[in-house]
Each structure stands twice: as structure tokens, then as C-alpha cells.
Design a protein around this ligand. Structure first.
Ligand code: ZN
Length: 251
């Protein structure tokens, strides 16, 4: 089976469309949370995710926007964006978003995989370092955990107690690129496809990943998108300008 893995789209329609256009053929699309928040196209992105993704896990921004989480846990800019998003969302989109389930979620045909936003231990936890990855790798009964939340593309793996990190190293800063990461039996993995709508690993390109369960390969992808268009929409919406400028830096 070929899975398309999308995460942290954050209402960035330009980036989402570029990823879907660049994605190779797949059998099933899974979204790992934070559909909305920060970007200026919450309705379009929510509707697109609902159409494309068979499975969606909720993220903290989805919760904050729909009133399932207190905004006091957010920094002021994120809080403002969540309130703006709540006002913009059409009632049926808000209702759909509020019902997106908490992870871990599972696909019946894939007995060795689970899908979460932060970590299988805590949906709001950030798994950034190999140290952070130890507990989720150890407690997880699954060989593969796909997660988002950090906006950092890459993977952690462990056989026994030694966690190691993999970060894709791309050749360019502006082209569409794909990088294959072969996975092995007997090893557990935490895989983050990266953020589509607001990457924070210093690479402005939209990030996503594919997992082919037949060839045992995870493919990490980066795609250039209409950055200026996304930034203009944020400025036109009178969202905090920082939300537009940070997209160019990938931070
Ligand atoms: Zn996020």
C-alpha cells in the first residue's frame, strides 16, 4: 500500500495544492493534524482535507480553533490566528473540524502503524530530539508511528535502546525534491512528514512524505509553492504580518 502523509497544513492552501499536484500516485492519504491556524484559507483547506484524506487526526490548533482547548495555552499570535479562524470557518466546516478524532488512529489493513499529532503518549507533546523519541519508541506497540506537530521533517528510529535521528539533506533550496529513506524490519520508527503550511526546519518549501509498505521505503518530499500568494492572503486578512514573513524563512 502507498500512503500519502500530510501534516500541519495550517490553512496554507497554496502549499497544500502544490503538494497534492506533486505527489506521486498513492492509495490512501492520512492527515496528521493542524489543518487550520496561522494561514488565511481555513475553509478551502478544511474542505480539501475532508475530500482527500481518508483519515485525519486532530491537532492542537484544530482544538483551539473549535473551542476544545483553552486559548491561554497559546502564544498571542497563535491565539489571534485561532480566533480569526473560528470567525472565518463556515458552520459545517467548524463542526467537521471539531469532530476530527484524537490520535492515535489506525488503518485496519496496516497492523504495524499508528497515526498521531504529537506523540502516542500525549497528543500535544513535541518530539524534537532523539531523547524525546525514546519513550514513544519504547512504549509503542507499533513498528511505525507517524507524527507531526514539530514542523520538522525527518525520522527517529531505535533498535533496543539506541535512538537515532534522520533529517533529509536536500541538494537545492528551491526545486521540488524527493529523498528515499529505506526502513528495516526489527526496528521501530517515528516518522514526521514535515509541515506543509509552515515549515520550521529552515527550508521554506512545503513538506510531505510517502510510505510504501511493499518496498519498505519512506520518501520525504519538498515542493516549492506560491509563497507570495500565501503571504499576500495573510496580509489581506490582517493576520499578524509575522505569519507571512516567517514562511519565507521556513522558521
Ligand atoms: Zn502545527
Amino acid at each position: 500500500m502507498r500512503l500519502l502523509l500530510l501534516s500541519d497544513i495550517h490553512s496554507n492552501l497554496e502549499a497544500l495544492e502544490a503538494c497534492l499536484a506533486a505527489a506521486p500516485e498513492y492509495d490512501l492519504a492520512v492527515n496528521l493534524g493542524d489543518i487550520v491556524g496561522y494561514g488565511a484559507s481555513p475553509n478551502e483547506v478544511t474542505e480539501c482535507v475532508r475530500d482527500v484524506c481518508k483519515l485525519s487526526v486532530r491537532g492542537n490548533h484544530d482544538k483551539a480553533t473549535t473551542g476544545l482547548m483553552d486559548l491561554k495555552d497559546f502564544n498571542p499570535v497563535a491565539g489571534l490566528a485561532a480566533l480569526w479562524t473560528r470567525q472565518q470557518l463556515k458552520p459545517h466546516n467548524l463542526e467537521w473540524l471539531r469532530a476530527v478524532p484524537q490520535g492515535p488512529l489506525f488503518v485496519p489493513e496496516l497492523s504495524q502503524a499508528q497515526f498521531v499529532h504529537g506523540s502516542p503518549v500525549d497528543e500535544d507533546e513535541y518530539v524534537v530530539t532523539p531523547q524525546d523519541a525514546i519513550e514513544p519508541l519504547l512504549v509503542s506497540p507499533m513498528q511505525f508511528t507517524f507524527f507531526g506537530h514539530t514542523h520538522l521533517q525527518g525520522a527517529f528510529s531505535a533498535s533496543e535502546l539506541n535512538p537515532s535521528a534522520f533529517r533529509p539533506e536536500y541538494k537545492t533550496v528551491g526545486n521540488g525534491e524527493m529523498l528515499e529513506f529505506p526502513v528495516r524490519d526489527g526496528q521501530r520508527y517515528l516518522v514526521n512528514p514535515g509541515s506543509i503550511g509552515q515549515p520550521r526546519d529552515g527550508d521554506w518549501r512545503a513538506a510531505f512524505a510517502l510510505w510504501n509498505t511493499d518496498t519498505h521505503v519512506v520518501t520525504f518530499c519538498r515542493v516549492p509553492y506560491d509563497l507570495k500568494g500565501a503571504q499576500e492572503r495573510i496580509m489581506d486578512a490582517k493576520l499578524p504580518p509575522r505569519l507571512a514573513t516567517r514562511l519565507a524563512a521556513g522558521r
